[in-house]
Design a protein around this ligand. Structure first.
Ligand SMILES: [Zn+2]
Length: 271
């Protein structure tokens, strides 16, 4: 009996295809949190011996998928589906490629951080992951994106910036809901709706929510951070903004101001 049958869930193996520009642990925390809020999928991260993509040389979809497949085979990775995440470009400026009815997808974060965040790169990845899962889990191979856009997670986004609209919409259109229900069943529809709603994140200000824990343990505030690694300058700015007001005003005192100025100067010059 396979693990899939034993657990009643499909295993989603998530793989970083090259060294990420975002906080890897924060992404793992968020994606693995999905295991607690739905019953269809068990998300797992695979730590590879080496990243399959060494640079941006491969950009053709076929080449990227082939390279990823080889790595899955070489490292004997297990899973019902494999989702790779890269920061390199995918052919013709795609955000994501998913094999309809198959088991491999690749998402790229290229361009998201600089041009479209917020929403954070994490919300973008989870949004793309949902779309990829819908297309792979449908074994008829007929679930597809649609044009024009409806604010739905299955919008075909010819213009990349439209994804920025889709993520906060948190919506699956009635057409797609009916198709998912018919081809995959009510349980899957419920799981996709739960993941895509982002309700499970909660609010950054509310103690104990996932968003609050993300800020507490990973220093990522979804109300203002992109999820990318922060420079020393950004970390310093966060620290200073987090100081109590009394201390901030005290820093105007000559002695404190002189010491802080010296430390800030040192940190900035080392950036
Ligand atoms: Zn739709």
């Amino acid at each position: 009996m396979t693990l899939r049958r034993m657990s009643g869930r499909e295993r989603i193996s998530v793989v970083l295809l090259n060294k990420p520009s975002f906080d890897e642990l924060a992404l793992k925390f968020l994606v693995l949190s999905l295991n607690k809020i739905q019953k269809c999928f068990e998300f797992e991260f695979q730590d590879l011996e080496e990243y399959p993509l060494k640079n941006g040389d491969l950009s053709e979809i076929e080449d990227i998928i082939h390279c990823f497949s080889r790595q899955i085979e070489k490292e004997e990775l297990e899973g019902d589906y494999f989702v790779g995440i890269t920061s390199y470009e995918i052919e013709e400026n795609h955000f994501m490629v998913a094999s309809k009815g198959g088991d491999i997808s690749v998402i790229t974060t290229k361009g998201w951080d600089k041009h479209f965040a917020p929403p954070s790169v994490f919300e973008y990845i989870i949004h793309s992951l949902t779309t990829a899962l819908i297309m792979m889990a449908d074994k008829t191979g007929t679930m597809d994106t649609h044009d024009p856009i409806r604010g739905c997670c299955l919008d075909y986004v010819y213009l990349k910036e439209n994804v920025k609209v889709d993520i906060p919409m948190r919506y699956i259109c009635n057409f797609c809901k009916s198709a998912i229900k018919k081809k995959l069943g009510s349980d899957f529809l419920e799981c996709f709706e739960k993941i895509n709603s982002f309700d499970w994140l909660g609010e950054v200000e509310i103690v104990g929510t996932i968003a609050w824990n993300l800020k507490k343990y990973f220093r990522t505030d979804l109300n203002k951070d992109t999820g990318l690694y922060k420079t020393r300058r950004e970390r310093l700015k966060d620290y200073l903004l987090g100081l109590p007001k009394e201390l901030t005003s005290l820093s105007l005192n000559t002695l404190v101001a002189a010491i802080m100025g010296f430390i800030i100067g040192l940190l900035l010059s080392a950036d």
